[in-house]
Design a protein around this ligand. Sequence first.
Ligand SMILES: *Cc1c(COP(=O)(O)O)cnc(C)c1O
Length: 215
Amino acid sequence: MRIARAAEAAGRNAAEVRLLAVSKTWPADSVREAAAAGQRAFGENYVQEGAEKVDALAALGLEWHFIGPLQSNKTRLVANRFAWVHSIDRLKIAERLSAQRDAHLPPLELCIQVNVSGEASKSGVAPAELPALAHAVAGLPRLRLRGLMAIPEPTSDVALQRARFAALRELRDRLNAGGLALDTLSMGMSDDLEAAIAEGSTMVRVGTAIFGSRS
Ligand SMILES: *Cc1c(COP(=O)(O)O)cnc(C)c1O
């Protein structure tokens, strides 16, 4: 509903914006309920918790996205359970996923996480280092680099929200002008999805507004 309204306000087709339901901290039964209501794509932040849910719900044929920080000693738990990883910020992580992804599975879809807020946030690659990382990741087998992800600093200043999302879109456009073909902007959460959709988001990651507040 909010997605449809935001897309309309931005003169975009709502079908261009996918909804990723962020189920971190919620039990498998909550995912089951959302799946019964028609939701197919789910996002998880924590490796162990996410891997357990993926395994418990394997029969449902859901599409799982890993969106949290990923340490190199945990890549094996992610490489063959998830369809997407949104939080690539180092080449080493992508190389491990590439080596560990089963050849009989479709390529693992990736987004590179970019730190668009500068000092305020520690996760994500710095914009200046993005082109080298993106071209290196795009060359790895068994992976498909789809786009960019960002988690800007929380703010109620809509102009600032939009500026951060616009910056991510411009980085994507520059990479595409440099020869890549990135179709995904993973940006927007419960509190800022309207601004993200106005600036071109193709995937919003929504937890609280679907499942309620996490305790
Ligand atoms: C928790 C989380 C979300 C969802 O946040 P809400 O504010 O609950 O919608 C989205 N993306 C990432 C990376 C998250 O960690």
